[in-house]
Design a protein around this ligand. Structure first.
Ligand SMILES: Cc1cc2nc3c(=O)[nH]c(=O)nc-3n(C[C@H](O)[C@H](O)[C@H](O)COP(=O)(O)OP(=O)(O)OC[C@H]3O[C@@H](n4cnc5c(N)ncnc54)[C@H](O)[C@@H]3O)c2cc1C
Length: 390
């Protein structure tokens, strides 16, 4: 019997194994993930801001996969492509006939000095929790230190993760002020972005709504400000410098380092795949989700998002089953449903492409985000998990 090995149990990996089972793939299926839980990475900013707990956005992998899938909890170190083997940290290497690489994203520092050392990334549950602990410890310290930098927070970047984090942070701020008896007028929150716009992927009126909302809640937004260096308590650009004892690093992501370590031809740890999501030099190998660069009809690559990762996984599973049956594979076609950016639990902006083109902002977006999150949990896991998640 052929063996299909799926690496990573994020959106892409979990959807792949679920689809392989649904399509009754005539193969042994192995899923490898470094933790025994899946986390909803689209909600990490809520853990970091302290509006949700890890239990609200995680579920045990074994609870949601078919017993027909063999789950291995281990860390992938490298893929030996010539031997068709996956090397693991703690167990023996696993051989494969088909590989689906869904190892996901890591923080991208663009080589900026100090970003790795002093920036707090939001890339998984431990890093989001570390950012939250740092923030609370630093705010709590103000009563002793009287150092105003303890009351300053800098968010680097102004894409989705940065803006969603800022939205959650300003929502929680009144509680933090009360908890640590902080002087409200001395708190400063900066958002520092290299490009000319915040949320560049959204229509200008929606981005403007987000800017107005955040500024009204005390966030100082600096666009056209490329960061040149981070220190323990400052963010430096060519003309400006900002000081703070909490620096959140959400400028962008790259693919897993395992990609470079395994010798793939890659750019920022993303591998360019064929239109059927397999690799040109090994058509039994599929690379999807945030480790892939998938060609789009406009000649560029699709952005890396959870929504696209799930769509890619559905096709990768279908194409492997086609190959097992000696049938041709199909190309990736993406049906974009739109984008939702939350501004805390009760506000946000959204562009929806369902029965028309909708531009939504304000309170009505909050239930929408909830529906998107619930739908994702529902599709990846079980109804029970959705009801339990807050
Ligand atoms: C705060 C935030 C908000 C976001 N909001 C949205 C949104 O609203 N909509 C949207 O579409 N996208 C959103 N995204 C992007 C989305 O989260 C990613 O595109 C998506 O998670 C990619 O899915 P994936 O399965 O490729 O990778 P991941 O979700 O990164 O999953 C990778 C899995 O592999 C495991 N893994 C990694 N390395 C190893 C290893 N060496 N060995 C074993 N296991 C390993 C990880 O633990 C993880 O389980 C957001 C991202 C963030 C950070």
């Amino acid at each position: 019997m052929k063996k299909i090995v799926v690496l990573g149990a994020g959106y892409a990996g979990l959807r792949t194994v679920k689809e392989l089972i649904r399509l009754k793939a005539d193969a042994q299926i192995v899923l490898v993930n470094k933790n025994d839980y899946h986390y909803e990475s689209t909600q990490l900013h809520e853990i970091a801001a302290g509006t949700k707990e890890p239990d609200d956005i995680t579920f045990k992998i074994m609870d949601v996969i078919s017993p027909k899938v063999h789950f291995v909890k281990d860390e992938v170190l490298k893929i030996d492509r010539s031997k068709r083997q996956v090397q693991l940290k703690n167990s023996q290497a696993i051989s494969y006939d088909y590989l689906v690489n869904c190892l996901g994203f890591e923080s991208e520092t663009f080589g900026i000095k100090g970003a790795d050392e002093f920036g707090l990334p939001l890339i998984d549950v431990p890093s989001a929790l570390a950012a939250r602990k740092h923030l609370e410890k630093t705010l709590a310290n103000y009563s002793k230190s009287q150092d105003e930098n303890d009351l300053h927070i800098i968010v680097c970047g102004a894409g989705f993760t940065s803006i969603e984090y800022l939205g959650e942070l300003v929502y929680r701020l009144p509680e933090l002020i009360k908890k640590y008896d902080l002087p409200k007028d001395k708190i400063k929150i900066y958002c520092v972005e290299a490009g000319p716009k915040i949320l560049p992927m959204l229509r200008p009126n929606l981005a403007k709504y987000a800017i107005d909302y955040l500024e009204k809640h005390g966030v100082e937004i600096h666009t056209n400000t490329p960061i040149t260096e981070i220190t323990a308590n400052s963010v430096l650009s060519k003309d400006l410098s900002f000081t703070a004892n909490t620096i959140i690093w959400t400028t962008g992501v790259k693919g897993s380092h395992v990609i470079a370590d395994s010798g793939y031809q890659q750019h920022r740890n993303r591998v360019a795949v064929s239109t059927d999501l397999s690799l040109p030099d090994d058509t039994n190998e599929f690379v999807i989700g945030d480790v892939s660069a998938v060609p789009s009809p406009d000649g560029r690559f699709y952005p890396t998002t959870g929504q696209i990762s799930i769509a890619e996984a559905t096709l990768a599973a279908k194409n492997i089953v086609a190959k097992l049956q000696g049938k041709p594979t199909a190309p990736f076609v993406f049906n974009n449903l739109g984008t939702v950016c939350s501004l805390g639990p009760f506000n946000g902006v959204a562009e929806l492409l369902l029965a028309g083109h909708w531009h939504l902002k304000g309170l009505k977006v909050a239930p929408l985000k909830r529906i998107v999150n619930d739908r994702s949990v529902l599709e990846l896991a079980h109804f029970k998990t959705m009801l339990e998640s807050k």
